[in-house]
Design a protein around this ligand. Structure first.
Ligand SMILES: Cc1cc2nc3c(=O)[nH]c(=O)nc-3n(C[C@H](O)[C@H](O)[C@H](O)COP(=O)(O)O)c2cc1C
Length: 400
């Protein structure tokens, strides 16, 4: 039986945590609840005690509680720690290692996977310091679930609503089985080729055209594929990231170089994931610096080669081919069109140009489509998303 430790901090969404306990119990998990002092102002511990069947923990410096189940024993007991809702205050404390109450001390003592589901007013969520705290937590290996966009208790609209308990529960149950199967390398024997990051198309000796891709999704996929036991080659455009250990890294700059690097290796691999934002057009390069003359300048752009379509069209040793689609509108229509037009096995689509997710963000949400199905992965950090997507790819390969 899985041991789920639920931390509840002091936000309006604390009442939704009660539903979470019920859902976890329904999944057959043993649940213990830790509440912050502020959380006690929102919901009675009696609710959690009745639903979990266990006493609720609220005090760090409680001699009785320390004897029975102190913060270290609670941390050891947990297979997973989920904090839902996670307030801005709790995120800030966790991100810098403060340990002045039971929940924050537990977080420091925990060696199990940690998930947080933030919930707060949209302005609080968008505040730079909150985003920095979240990024720091992601860098510490914490998985972030949500928040979602929508109407808020304060009457405002935006990102900040806690992800619905059903969705948190589904993600956690899937993650628990992922974590359990991490020692089981489900991509063992697979060779995975991933292209990541932007390309740079030179205009003249000093200028180039590029895009805002950070490469984070492709690098997260490479790390997750290594963890899953695959042999991984990463063809990367110029990014400010360090490649995961044991990855065979090929650095490229232009779309043409990326095309050459991918096509040269594609048929040696069993899976190809095109997560790069390859330029669709590249300029005719001037060998001299373009001078500032006149009010306007016209660039002539030439269509680049379609790497994904060419890999998918390989007649021999064709890898299972997965594309990405980043869209600002009509996501499903464009993604499904790309899937069939390029004859891909799967396409992972995400919104870009939104407040949250997409390019250069630590988090993302994906809608994945294949011939006879689709799956939605809600907003979470890219490491978690990469594991979910690779799990789905492995499942589809098995089914085909
Ligand atoms: C009515 C009310 C609702 C609140 N809702 C939230 C919330 O949804 N999210 C949040 O981050 N803080 C919220 N706060 C502020 C927190 O309760 C406050 O920052 C507190 O110090 C959090 O403590 P904790 O993180 O230890 O639980 C709210 C405060 C009040 C009075």
């Amino acid at each position: 039986m899985k041991h789920i430790l639920l931390g509840v901090s002091g936000g309006i969404a604390a009442y939704k945590a009660a539903e979470l306990v019920r859902l976890f119990k329904k999944q057959g998990a043993e649940v213990r609840v830790v509440m912050t002092q502020s959380a006690l102002e929102f919901v009675s511990p009696l609710t959690f005690q009745a639903l979990s069947g266990n006493p609720v923990h609220t005090e760090l410096l409680d001699t009785d509680a320390e004897n029975a189940m102190g913060h270290i024993s609670l941390a050891r007991w947990a297979d997973v720690l989920i904090i839902a809702p996670a307030t801005a205050n709790t995120l800030a404390k966790l991100s810098c290692g403060l340990a002045d109450d039971l929940l924050s001390t537990l977080y420091l003592a925990a060696t199990c996977p940690v998930y947080v589901a933030p919930a707060m007013n949209q302005a609080m969520w968008n505040k730079i310091v909150t985003q920095e705290n979240v990024n720091r937590l992601v860098n510490q290996g914490v998985h972030i679930i949500g928040p979602e966009q929508g109407d808020q208790a304060c009457g405002e609209t935006g990102f900040g609503r806690m992800t619905e308990p059903v969705s948190i529960c589904t993600q956690l149950v899937a993650a628990l089985s992922d974590h359990a199967s991490l020692s089981e390398p489900y991509l063992h024997g697979h060779k995975v080729l991933i292209s990541a990051g932007p390309t740079r198309e030179p205009l003249d000796p000093v200028r180039y055209l590029s895009n805002r891709s950070s490469g984070k999704m492709g690098y997260a996929l490479a790390a997750a594929a290594i963890k899953a036991g695959a042999e991984v080659t990463l063809v990367s455009g110029p990014v400010a990231l360090t490649a995961p250990a044991n990855v065979n890294l090929i650095n490229v700059t232009t779309a043409e170089q990326m095309y050459q690097a991918v096509m040269f290796r594609a048929s040696e691999n069993t899976i190809y994931i095109g997560a790069a934002a390859v330029a669709d057009y590249s300029p005719v390069v001037s060998d001299k610096k373009i001078k500032k003359e006149g009010d306007q300048v016209t660039l002539i752009l030439q269509k680049t080669k379609d790497i994904l379509a060419e890999v998918a069209a390989l007649e021999q040793h064709r890898p299972f081919t997965v594309g990405f689609a980043a869209e600002t509108h009509d996501l499903e229509v464009y993604a499904r069109d790309k899937l069939t037009r390029k004859k891909l096995d799967m396409i992972a689509a995400n919104w870009v140009g939104q407040e949250q997710g997409g390019f250069d963000s630590e988090q993302n949400a994906l809608q994945v489509f294949w011939d006879q199905g689709e799956k939605t992965f809600s907003m979470t950090d890219k490491a978690q998303l990469a594991e979910q997507l690779l799990g789905l790819i492995a499942e589809r390969i098995k089914a085909s």
